[in-house]
Structure formats: structure tokens, C-alpha cells
Write a protein that binds this ligand. Structure first.
Ligand code: HEM
Length: 315
């Protein structure tokens, strides 16, 4: 009998469980009846004011009222904007002070990277094809002439801009304490900018580049210790076939190996090193107290107000 009750559901325990489940489900349905309209109302309200939705607040984590605090938060919580400081010394970023030359040098580097990658689609670093590829770019590829010339002109301008930037830093004494380390990073950047220019010169495989690199690498013969014509070079066993010039050219003459080596240094090696150095350079500008800047100047309108913001470094 007991077995029968169990199987047909008349067992006391099973009935209790069944009731519990039934009432539970009923409660859930009742709750849903009140919850769903409430949630729907919330969602409709959200559509009226999207800034209150969960999706919006997960992207923008603070209000956008125009207060100094909110403006600073806006910069700090945005991955792109935070590359710039939230607050700066107004006088330090005047063009009359910086000439904008560091920034212009960097923008030229971006243009060179962009146009350089596009040029790579058309160029082969081999003696058979290099010069033909350049002719093809100049005469047949749509926009090829302007692409090549953008790369060439940006390269010339970058060399000029980096010198002017260094000159400005020197004139404003910005190499002094606490910026000595960044000046040295800058010197490396200058060297790598010149090396980028020099390695690019050979790539068209024309007479101009060939002789420029012949002259340039011939100087390496006279490198102290490492050149076969340099001080102590011969004594250390240097010959035209094992010295630093041989290493640069991948041989004893400017030929196919030199072209390939120039290409790899120009498109991969030097841009990577220069990019890393630029990241360090910009990071140090921030860590050294921002752009050095002249002593802060107060507007007439601000004369009676207390001064705000960090002091310029060295002030
Ligand atoms: C690829 C090359 C370079 C890039 C992209 C670059 C970029 C910059 C930028 C954007 C700044 C911020 C201030 C400004 O724009 O004037 C700066 C500051 C500075 N740079 Fe360069 N720079 C380069 C090469 C050099 C060189 C060759 C030197 C010196 C040998 C140098 C030394 C400095 C110093 C000391 C500062 C801090 C200046 C200050 O606080 O007033 N940089 N650089």
C-alpha cells in the first residue's frame, strides 16, 4: 500500500513538495507580473535619457558637467586623451616657446610610417626589381608619384624639424636639471632619424643613392679599432673583408646584400628602436614636470585670484 501511495503521489512528503513547487512558481509568476512592467518602465526612461543607462555608465564613468574636476577626469579616463597631461602650464605650450618642433617631428614620423607601409606594397629590395619598382610607382601606380614624394619630403622635413627641435631645447636651456636624461634620449633619436634617412637613400637603387652610400660607408673604413684603415684597425687584424664596413654592406662592395641590409634596417630595425625611444622620450617629458616652459605668467584678470596648478619645474 505504502509503495502504491508513493508511486501515485499520495505520499505526504511528496504532496508537500508539490505544493511548495506550485506556490513557488505562482509567486515567481506574480513577481514577474510586477517586475516586468517596472523593468520596462526603467528601460523606457533610459531611452529618454541614455546617460542613465547601464551601458552608458559602463563606458563613461563620470558626469560631463563643465567643472575643472570633470574635465580632468574626462582626460584621465580616456585611453587616447590620457596620453596628454590633464593639466599643463599654459605658457610652456606656447608655439613661441616650443616652436611645436617636437610635435611636428613626431607627426612627420607618423606620416613616414604610413606612407612607408604603402610603399612596401610595391617595392622589392632586389637589384633586378628595386629601380623598376620606383619607375612603376612614378609612372603607373595610381597616386604612386604623390605617395613616393610624400615619403621623400616628409623624410627631408623630419631631419630639418629634429635639428630645429634640438636647437630650441638648447636655446631655452631645457637640457638642464632635471632633463639631462631626456636630452640624451633625444641625441639617440637624432642619430636614429639620420640613420633612417641614410638607409632609405639606397633603396631606389639609383646613382644618387649608390654613390651616397659608397661615400658614407667608405668613411667606416677609418673607424678606430673596427675599420681596416682606422687607428689600431690593422693591428687588430681588420681587413676589407672582415671590418665594420664589410658588416654594414654585407660584402666588400655596395651590391645586392647592401640593398637588402638597408631595406631591413630601414623598414624594421631602426623604426622599432626609434619608436621605443620616442615612447621613453614622451614619458620622460611628463615625468620631468612637463615641458619646461617660461615662468608662469598671470593674466590681468587673474591677478587678484590665488594661483592654481603645479609650478613649472625649476621655478
Ligand atoms: C625623433 C625625434 C624627436 C621627437 C619626435 C621629439 C619629440 C619631443 C616632443 C613632442 C617634446 C615636447 C616639447 C616640444 O614639442 O618641444 C620634446 C621635448 C624634449 N626633447 Fe625631443 N624629440 C625628438 C628629438 C630630440 C632631440 C634630438 C633632442 C636633443 C638632443 C631632444 C630633447 C628634448 C628635451 C630635453 C625635451 C624637453 C624640453 C622641455 O621640457 O622644454 N629631443 N621632444
Amino acid at each position: 500500500m505504502a509503495e502504491e501511495n508513493k508511486s501515485n503521489g499520495k505520499n505526504g512528503n511528496q504532496v508537500g513538495l508539490l505544493e511548495k513547487v506550485t506556490t513557488g512558481v505562482k509567486e515567481d509568476i506574480n513577481a514577474l507580473k510586477t517586475d516586468i512592467p517596472a523593468k520596462a518602465k526603467d528601460q523606457i526612461e533610459g531611452l529618454k535619457d541614455p546617460t542613465k543607462t547601464q551601458v552608458y555608465t559602463s563606458i563613461f564613468r563620470h558626469k560631463h558637467d563643465d567643472t575643472p574636476r570633470n574635465r580632468a577626469l574626462g582626460v584621465l579616463s580616456n585611453v587616447f586623451l590620457h596620453l596628454h597631461p590633464a593639466k599643463i602650464n599654459r605658457d610652456a605650450v606656447r608655439y613661441s616657446y616650443t616652436w611645436g618642433m617636437g610635435g611636428i617631428t613626431f607627426y612627420l614620423f607618423i606620416i613616414l610610417t604610413y606612407t612607408g607601409v604603402l610603399l612596401m606594397f610595391y617595392y622589392h629590395p632586389s637589384k633586378v626589381q628595386a629601380f623598376r619598382d620606383v619607375l612603376y610607382l612614378e609612372h603607373d601606380v595610381p597616386f604612386g608619384k604623390i605617395l613616393r614624394n610624400m615619403h621623400r619630403w616628409a623624410a627631408h622635413l623630419m631631419v630639418i624639424a629634429v635639428w630645429l627641435h634640438m636647437f630650441r631645447v638648447f636655446l631655452t636651456g631645457s637640457y638642464k636639471k632635471p632633463r639631462e636624461f631626456n636630452w640624451n634620449i633625444g641625441v639617440l633619436l637624432l642619430v636614429f632619424t639620420l640613420l633612417l634617412s641614410f638607409t632609405g637613400y639606397l633603396l631606389p637603387d639609383d646613382q644618387l643613392g649608390f654613390w651616397a652610400v659608397t661615400v658614407g660607408t667608405n668613411m667606416a673604413r677609418a673607424t678606430p679599432l673596427l675599420g681596416h684603415e682606422g687607428p689600431f684597425g690593422p693591428q687588430l687584424g681588420m681587413t676589407p673583408y672582415n671590418d665594420v664596413r664589410f658588416g654594414l654592406l654585407g660584402g666588400s662592395i655596395v651590391d645586392a646584400n647592401a640593398l637588402l641590409r638597408s631595406y631591413i634596417w630601414h623598414c624594421i630595425g631602426i623604426p622599432i628602436v626609434a619608436s621605443v625611444l620616442m615612447i621613453v622620450h614622451f614619458w620622460r617629458v611628463r615625468k620631468d614636470g612637463g615641458i619646461s616652459g617660461p615662468a608662469q605668467v598671470m593674466l590681468e584678470a587673474e591677478a587678484d585670484k590665488p594661483r592654481r596648478g603645479p609650478k613649472a619645474a625649476g621655478e
